[in-house]
Design a protein around this ligand. Sequence first.
Ligand SMILES: Nc1nc2c(ncn2[C@@H]2O[C@H](COP(=O)(O)OP(=O)(O)OP(=O)(O)O)[C@@H](O)[C@H]2O)c(=O)[nH]1
Ligand SMILES: [Mg+2]
Length: 216
Amino acid sequence: MAYKVDQEYDYLFKIVLIGDSGVGKSNILSRFTRNEFCLESKSTIGVEFATRTLQVEGKTVKAQIWDTAGQERYRAITSAYYRGAVGALLVYDITKRQTFDNVLRWLRELRDHADSNIVIMLAGNKSDLSHLRSVIKDDAQHLAERENLSFLETSALEAANVENAFQTVLLDIYHVISKKALAAQEAGATQGLPKGTTINVGNLSGGTSQRSCCSA
Ligand SMILES: Nc1nc2c(ncn2[C@@H]2O[C@H](COP(=O)(O)OP(=O)(O)OP(=O)(O)O)[C@@H](O)[C@H]2O)c(=O)[nH]1
Ligand SMILES: [Mg+2]
């Protein structure tokens, strides 16, 4: 969702985390929102979300980040998960080839269920384990270029590039919605509509709760 409001923040952006089980989605989330990491985190069941408010190009942006299970049997209803999302972090594990091979499957799911303008970042997580690497960085870079995604290697453990990954996604989203708002304003001007109309991109969906790292 991308709401323009007056008080606490200028924009609220929903971002979804996707990728195979065990790649580190929940730890990326806890690193970004609470600066926490858990070596023995349990597989996510259902949906969790956490938020963090930060500045993007002088605007106060509240990032609402949704996290679900990589494992099919624990996942929440897919369409509700993607509804209103304006950004996605598609995560694989650089030490597990299979998780990279599944990236195309995750992209297909995104394209089937999410808004076509969704901003996507491919993240090769666990860069601290480079001695166990099974996915070459260049391969991921090429895939990202082919599929029109941003790309970074991250480490939730070492807090490497996690901040950068979210900042990049948020900035890209901001540019997308700024363009949309401008286009709408121009269309409004030609059709005689009032200026300053609020632009909603997607809908707000709720009903989820937040869970902390290492909880059952
Ligand atoms: N070395 C290393 N381990 C990590 C990193 N990120 C996560 N892990 C570990 O990888 C395991 C799985 O992490 P999770 O964050 O639970 O993975 P997930 O993608 O949320 O998995 P599901 O909820 O099952 O989909 C845990 O043991 C984490 O401690 C990282 O950057 N480096
Ligand atoms: Mg998880």
